[in-house]
Design a binder for this molecule. Structure first.
Ligand code: HEC
Length: 135
């Protein structure tokens, strides 16, 4: 992380954090329903998971955003070619991106990773499985 622009970055992380927390607790949207005993998302499908967990930062078209913060495009992003790296990023987070280990089940992490690697014009080979999730 560069020191220049740190304040703007921190501000945007706080904003993103607020967005993230409020989306976790949003009521009424069936895709966001949280089962009371697990506290995890209930969404099953990769697309629904993407909408609930990722599109707030990476946008509906997967092209990301820049302005108050920088959210990389997932569309046409060669880094997603590595299934392993993508899985690790989503599981553990990366700098301004939260890790999803606490919020999604292993199945859901796998679904959303396979979804982003094969959506928005991406067509990367090699689906991940729950056994691939880093410990
Ligand atoms: C709070 C905002 C936020 C949310 C929510 C979020 N991301 Fe990210 N994501 C980021 C930021 C910021 C980065 C860039 C991290 C870096 O490189 O320092 C990033 C990076 C990535 C990368 C790596 C891209 C690259 O060029 O290295 C992938 C893959 C990714 N996100 C997928 C997802 C998926 C899938 C979800 C939903 C499960 C998600 N993200 C949710 C903010 C977010």
């Amino acid at each position: 992380m560069q020191s220049k622009g740190n304040f703007a970055l921190i501000g945007s992380l706080l904003l993103a954090g607020n967005f993230f927390i409020s989306s976790l607790f949003a009521d009424g949207d069936p895709q966001l329903s949280i089962s009371s005993d697990s506290g995890r998302f209930d969404a099953k499908k990769g697309e629904a998971l993407y909408r609930a967990s990722c599109q707030g930062c990476h946008m509906a078209d997967g092209k990301g955003a820049s302005g108050a913060g920088f959210y990389p495009s997932l569309a046409g992003n060669v880094r997603l070619m590595s299934a392993e790296t993508t899985l690790k990023t989503v599981t553990n987070g990366l700098n301004g991106m939260p890790g999803f280990r606490e919020y999604l089940t292993d199945d859901q992490i796998v679904e959303v990773v396979n979804y982003v690697r094969t959506s928005f014009g991406n067509n990367y080979k090699g689906a991940v499985r729950t056994a691939d999730i880093p410990k």
